[in-house]
Design a binder for this molecule. Structure first.
Ligand SMILES: NC(=O)c1ccc[n+]([C@@H]2O[C@H](COP(=O)([O-])OP(=O)(O)OC[C@H]3O[C@@H](n4cnc5c(N)ncnc54)[C@H](OP(=O)(O)O)[C@@H]3O)[C@@H](O)[C@H]2O)c1
Length: 333
C-alpha cells in the first residue's frame, strides 16, 4: 500500500485551554517536491509552549496558524528527495516542517546536521531551539558571573534544564523551581542544581531560606505566583531574563502584574527576547559549545517522548498543564 502523509491541522481557535476538538487529524497523499524544494520525512516533532500563541489570532511577534492549516512546529528528519542544490536524499535535517510526517520545504529553512553527534531528538531540545534559547538569553541578558545566585523557573523543562546547567558551568549558585517532588529531585540529583523549590509549596519562604542575600539572575519561564514570589527578592542590578510566562498562556483575562517600580529603584535590567531574533545565525557556535559540554559530561538532558503523531494534540494540551517531564517530543510513526 502506498504511503500517506499524516497531518494535524488547526480546526478552531481555543477558548482558554486547548481541547482535542481544536485539532483535526487527516491523511493526505505524500507531496511531490517542486523545483527548489526538498521532501523531508520527519522522525521527531518538537512540542513547545509557543504553539499555544500560534493557535490564537491575538497580535503577537509571529503570525497565527491559519484555520485549516498544518500546526507549526520544528522537526528533525531525513531528506527523501531533493530538487534543491546542497541537499541530497539521506541528509539529516532540522527544520520547521510542522505537525506532519512528510513536507516539501524551502532549503533556506533547513539546517543540515551531522547524524552521529548526538541522538536525533536532542536536536529539538538541548541542541535545538530550547537549548539555543537558554544559551542566547544567558549570553545576551542574564550574563551570569561566578559566585552569583541564579533562580530558574520551570527548571526541569526543556529550556530550564539547560539554563541552570550553564549557570553551574559559569560558577553560579543555581536554585530551580519546579512542580512536584519527582521533578525537584531530578533537578538537583541529575541536573546538579544546588537546590530546587516545589512551586506547590511556600515559594517565598524557601527563596528566603535558600537565597538569603537575594537573587542576581532570574530566568522567567512561568510568571504568575512564582514571579510574584521572586520579584521582591531581586538584588540591586539583578537581571531578569523574560523568556516566557506559561502559567498565563491559557488565561482569557490578564492577571495583575508585579510592581515594576522596583526596576527603577534597583536599576534592574529586565529584557524580553525571542530566540529567533538573534539566535539562528549563531546556531553553529551554540551547537559546537553545547556538544563540547555534552561530550565532556557537563551537560545532561531529559526528554519526554510520546509515541505516534496522532498523540501530539493530547501531549501538547498536557504540556500547558505541566504534565510533561523534560523536553517534550513526538516520535512519529
Ligand atoms: N523567548 C523565547 O524565544 C522562548 C523560546 C522557547 C521557550 N520559551 C518559553 O520558555 C518557557 C519554558 O518553555 P519549555 O519549552 O522549557 O517548556 P517545558 O518546561 O518543557 O514545559 C512547560 C513546563 O512549564 C511548567 N508549567 C506549565 N504550566 C504551569 C503553571 N500554570 N505554573 C507553573 N508552571 C507551569 C510545567 O513545569 P512544572 O511542572 O515544573 O511547573 C511544564 O512542564 C515557556 O514560557 C516558553 O514559552 C521562550
Amino acid at each position: 500500500m502506498a504511503e500517506t502523509n499524516l497531518q494535524i491541522l488547526l480546526r478552531r481557535r481555543p477558548q482558554g485551554a486547548p481541547v482535542p476538538e481544536d485539532f483535526e487529524i487527516v491523511e493526505t497523499p505524500v507531496p511531490e517536491p517542486q523545483p527548489g524544494e526538498v521532501l523531508v520525512r520527519a522522525q521527531y516533532l518538537s512540542l513547545d509552549p509557543y504553539m499555544r500563541g500560534r493557535m490564537s489570532d491575538a497580535k503577537s511577534y509571529s503570525a497565527p496558524v491559519a484555520l485549516g492549516a498544518v500546526m507549526a512546529g520544528q522537526t528533525a528528519g531525513t531528506v527523501i528527495a531533493s530538487k534543491a542544490p546542497g541537499f541530497a536524499p539521506g541528509d539529516t535535517v532540522l527544520g520547521g516542517s510542522g505537525w506532519q510526517r512528510f513536507s516539501c520545504v524551502q532549503p533556506g529553512s533547513l539546517f543540515k546536521i551531522a547524524p552521529d553527534d548526538a541522538p536525533l531528538s536532542a536536536s529539538l531540545g538541548v541542541l535545538g531551539m530550547p537549548g539555543l534559547t537558554a544559551w542566547v538569553g544567558l549570553e545576551d541578558i542574564g550574563r551570569p558571573k561566578s559566585g552569583e545566585t541564579m533562580v530558574v523557573s520551570a527548571a526541569s523543562g526543556a529550556v530550564g534544564q539547560v539554563v541552570g546547567q550553564i549557570g553551574r558551568i559559569r560558577g553560579c549558585k543555581v536554585i530551580g523551581i519546579a512542580g512536584g517532588e519527582a521533578k525537584c529531585r531530578f533537578v538537583t540529583e541529575v541536573l546538579g542544581f544546588d537546590a530546587c523549590i516545589d512551586h506547590r509549596g511556600d515559594v517565598a519562604a524557601e527563596l528566603d531560606r535558600l537565597c538569603p542575600e537575594g537573587i542576581d539572575v532570574y530566568w522567567e519561564n512561568v510568571g504568575g505566583a512564582v514571579q510574584r514570589a521572586v520579584f521582591p527578592r531581586l538584588r540591586d542590578f539583578a537581571r531578569m531574563v523574560m523568556c516566557g510566562m506559561i502559567a498565563e498562556y491559557n488565561d482569557t483575562t490578564p492577571a495583575p502584574g508585579p510592581n515594576l517600580m522596583s526596576a527603577v529603584r534597583k536599576r534592574l535590567r529586565i529584557q524580553g527576547f525571542i530566540v529567533s531574533d538573534t539566535g539562528w545565525p549563531r546556531y553553529p557556535q551554540f551547537r559546537q559549545e553545547m556538544l563540547g559540554w555534552m561530550q565532556a559530561g557537563r551537560m545532561t538532558w531529559r526528554e519526554d517522548v510520546v509515541e505516534g503523531l496522532r498523540n501530539a494534540p493530547t501531549a501538547f494540551i498536557g504540556l500547558l498543564k505541566g504534565e510533561n517531564f523534560g523536553k517534550l517530543v513526538v516520535k512519529i510513526d
